[in-house]
Write a protein that binds this ligand. Structure first.
Ligand SMILES: [Zn+2]
Length: 69
């Protein structure tokens, strides 16, 4: 009885642990690349504001390197 249930218990615990860490890993990755939310941001070296890496717009401050026509 004990010899049968212990490996099953360990296996169940391993599955739960794997699922837990897998979920944490996926949720962490998903938060970084969520569509709709602000994706990758870069810090404007001139004004210090964080702007979107793609399609960055000029923040309006003098000397901002982004969004200049
Ligand atoms: Zn700027």
């Amino acid at each position: 009885m004990f010899g049968f249930s212990l490996p099953k218990l360990i296996f169940t615990a391993a599955v739960i642990a794997a699922a837990w860490y897998g979920f944490k890993f996926l949720s962490r990755r998903g938060a970084g690349s969520k569509p709709g939310a602000i994706g990758d941001t870069v810090r404007c070296s001139t004004c210090g504001d964080f702007v979107a890496a793609e399609g960055a717009e000029n923040c309006g401050k003098t000397g901002c390197p982004y969004g200049q026509a």
